[in-house]
Design a protein. Sequence first.
Length: 135
Amino acid sequence: LSKAHPQLIAIMITKARVIHDLGKLAEGERAMSEAMESVAHGYHILHPYHLEAKRRHAGMLSDIGRVELAQHKLKEVAIGRVEVLGPEHPFSRASVIEVRAFLSDDAREQELRDFDADLTRATKKFSMRTPIFDF
């Protein structure tokens, strides 16, 4: 199987999740990082599977203390989901709520405004997309 084969990617992500869930957080995150390299080769950056893998990776990063990087990835996921799935899709809505929760601190008001501006742009892109995935 090639590095980008969907079955290999699914196996790599499952392995990373099992390692993580066994409490080996750093080892699980390393395995997920490797899986993300394959995801990047196999799926467009805005493909829903790529976005979901990135969301899972962000959770693992957060668990090992790399919160800033995890939050950056979660913003990318939310914006990507709005652009591809639309702002009303349950996955998009959940991602936006998740990001707004960690940006709700008063010290992050500008980040929240920037995020909202990005969401507006993503919504416009979604409205101009064809009904089928164009990647």
